[in-house]
Design a protein around this ligand. Sequence first.
Ligand code: GDP
Ligand code: MG
Length: 624
Amino acid sequence: MATMESLIGLVNRIQKACTVLGDYGGGDNTFSSLWEALPSVAVVGGQSSGKSSVLESIVGRDFLPRGSGIVTRRPLVLQLHKTEDGSQEYAEFLHLPKRRFSDFAVVRKEIQDETDRITGKSKQISPVPIHLSIYSPYVVNLTLIDLPGLTKVAVEGQPESIVQDIETMVRAYVEKPNCIILAISPANQDIATSDAIKLAREVDPSGERTFGVLTKLDLMDKGTNALDVLEGRSYRLQHPWVGIVNRSQADINKNVDMIVARRKEREYFATSPDYGHLSNKMGSEYLAKLLSKHLESAIRARIPSITSLINKTIDELESEMEHLGRPIAVDAGAKLYTILELCRAFDKVFKEHLDGGRPGGDRIYGVFDNQLPAALRKLPFDRHLSLQNVKRVVSEADGYQPHLIAPEQGYRRLIESALNYFRGPAEASADAVHFVLKELVRKSIAETQELRRFPSLQAELAAAANEALERFREDSKKTVLRLVDMESSYLTVDFFRRLPQEMDNKGGNPATPANPANSANPAIDRYSEMHFRRIGSNVSSYVGMVSETLRNTIPKAVVHCQVKEAKHSLLNYFYTQIGKKEGKQFSQLLDEDPALMERRLQCVKRLELYKAARDEVDSVSWAR
Ligand code: GDP
Ligand code: MG
């Protein structure tokens, strides 16, 4: 069963992972909240009050740059990870992920260099934190933040604003409600002038998350002691004050090592006439334990809110993953499968457009119901069957020999040339439907959520679909033109048979040349205006009949050749092409926007982390 120890370790791991993912403190990162929900410890105090020294003695290792003046110029986020007894101790920087440092002198050098990298070798400061993790069997699980010291005046080489800048930076850390404040004051200064206490009181008036630490007890004037402070009489805090004796500059220069320093500190308190009675509540080892214990209870108290935050974040991440799409498989077979799945998804959307689940298919009906009939109505038959033209065509067809009964050749020519006009609307129907289909392909690609991530596949699909549509259009045009040709290639017997009767029925005037054979003066009648008008009107009624037929058959042909084909075999050719491709080409088809891939990677990592966190938090919160 998980213990509290492992829970602190877990919090540390979560924070570590958060930092690797760029999810730490403030900023505009939407995922920073978990980091902020987890307790951390920040060290606050005036310059040279001993902040870095305190951190070092908590860690039990020399690794921080220390000294007089402004040494700490960037926040240092220090994560201590307790490892198994006997394991090798090492440190790792976030900015140098692959390097393990086992020499802590090199760690110190790297902190200095990394500070300079951002601030230059000046006395400038930067709020960009340095992240350092220490893995050791000798540390307690803790996250500590070392901050630049608060100052009162800008020194040579610093901008006037530095005093305020440092305060703003420090405040940003300590005002977070989950930040435990390690307020460092040197014992050789009046506590009333402590910058640390001043700031801590502002952001934590009740003192519930402030730990007062008094350094440099050994440097106090002879004959004075800090008992008033340490026993809480000078300034009351909820937690007891802890006195510390760090190494002096002289010790540091002499390379007094940490083990020796800790022993010396223990001896100092044990033998001190002033603090002897407090000796088991003083010193850096005690401080480390105190902090770790407090951290435990802080985490325990926050388990419910941490759990709900983790759950909320998991939900957010999952919906983001949904939005980004699942990661793509690696092997060729799975890739092919993915491509086919994506094609099917597109095809489904496309079909919905045609079948009416989505809008757009109705525009095809519009072509047949409006555009085609309108185009047919607009055909210039009036002009074509004008008296003048009928006369001309019939006469030309007769040649030198006038027709006797009905001008059969004339009829044929008039009808054939009239039917030619239908070619325009027939082809135009195929074109109009083609454009509707093309637009639906475009729309469907855009609407297929799953395809969003794959711009290359989108382009390929669009090209393949449009190519197919082009073929269907050609086929459709051939078919509709054939329909038109069919209407003109054989005039029905029926038509010719009906001609005389119709004329009889319609005419009603016995003198009219409805039946030229019966006419008294066929020659005159035959060429009278009435005669040609009648021819015109007969042709017109035939053309009208054909028009009616084509109005019905053109849509049938277009639907058959274009719409149905699009519905059933739009991607057939594409599928056969895909089948011939190889793994590498699949990858090309599935290459995503790199930014998106990166985003998903982050998302996956976070999800893993948060899910692991949820499991562990769950098991800890049940273990009592
Ligand atoms: P920071 O600026 O607050 O980080 O302070 P540092 O940790 O860099 O310490 C400033 C100087 O004070 C260094 O030279 C330390 O050796 C010295 N110092 C810090 N704490 C103590 C202490 O308890 N006793 C003595 N004698 N010197 C100390
Ligand atoms: Mg420092």
